[in-house]
Design a protein around this ligand. Structure first.
Ligand SMILES: C[S@@+](CC[C@H](N)C(=O)[O-])C[C@H]1O[C@@H](n2cnc3c(N)ncnc32)[C@H](O)[C@@H]1O
Length: 213
């Protein structure tokens, strides 16, 4: 019994070794990326998050600091073919990652925009929402950035900032913005707090409207 089990597992190992090394490399890479994505999903609960901020089919959303598109594709799936996601970053390489995945997976509703440090260069008057996750704390000129996006929002549009809350962390707190700092930066830029959703274990979701709208 023991011998047949050992034999079977050796045969499986041999078959694995017969795979070209580049195939093994990509298998390991895909498993690793998949595991990282699902542990992030457990933390930020994308579907519940999008329900809470009101992401709906047909919406046009500008995502600031989209990186390699962790949330971009979730937004694009939710807004569907009648909506659009403008995925902004200041690093061209990460936008190329989004473009390649869009093409591979057949997304036709994502446009990447290489922005400037103080301006994402979103199209004017088109956006129902400006969305950022895990990005705002990295911005060098947050107030200028928030002022420059204002003409891009449609009347009644929202600004959503998803950020780690230092009060919910035991280490690495200094890298992130406190609730007070985020509220202060938004206020100085001309945004009014609508509400803060606090149901995530490590993040807060800040939802703002433009002053006077
Ligand atoms: C920690 S990564 C998060 C990326 C993505 N949002 C995610 O959750 O995976 C922060 C991103 O913000 C980008 N970034 C930093 N400053 C920026 C700015 N001023 N405008 C746009 N993107 C910026 C960085 O290049 C980086 O891709």
């Amino acid at each position: 019994m023991k011998f047949s089990l050992m034999f079977k597992s050796r045969m499986r190992m041999k078959r694995f070794r017969l795979l070209p090394s580049y195939v093994v490399f990509f298998l390991i890479l895909f498993v690793g990326v998949g595991a990282a994505q699902s542990s992030r999903d457990a933390l930020v609960q994308p579907e519940k998050l999008m329900d809470a901020i009101g992401v709906m089919p047909g919406m046009v959303i500008g995502e600031g600091g989209a990186g390699e598109g962790y949330f971009t594709f979730k937004l694009a799936r939710r807004v569907g073919p009648t909506g659009r996601i403008y995925a902004n970053d200041i690093v061209e390489r990460v936008l190329k990652v989004i473009e390649r995945r869009s093409e591979r997976e057949g997304f036709t509703n994502i446009t990447t925009i290489l922005g400037e440090v103080d301006d994402p260069l979103f199209p004017k008057g088109e956006l129902d929402m400006i969305f950022m996750i895990a990005a705002f704390h990295d911005f060098e000129k947050p107030v200028e950035w928030l002022k420059n996006v204002q003409p891009c929002l449609k009347p009644g549009g929202t600004l959503v900032i998803v950020e780690r809350d230092p009060d919910k962390m035991s280490s690495g707190r200094s890298h992130f913005l406190t609730k007070k700092e985020i509220l202060d930066l938004a206020k100085r830029s001309g945004f009014t707090l609508d509400r803060i959703e606090t149901f995530l274990s490590m993040h807060n979701i800040y939802i703002f409207k433009l002053d006077g709208l």
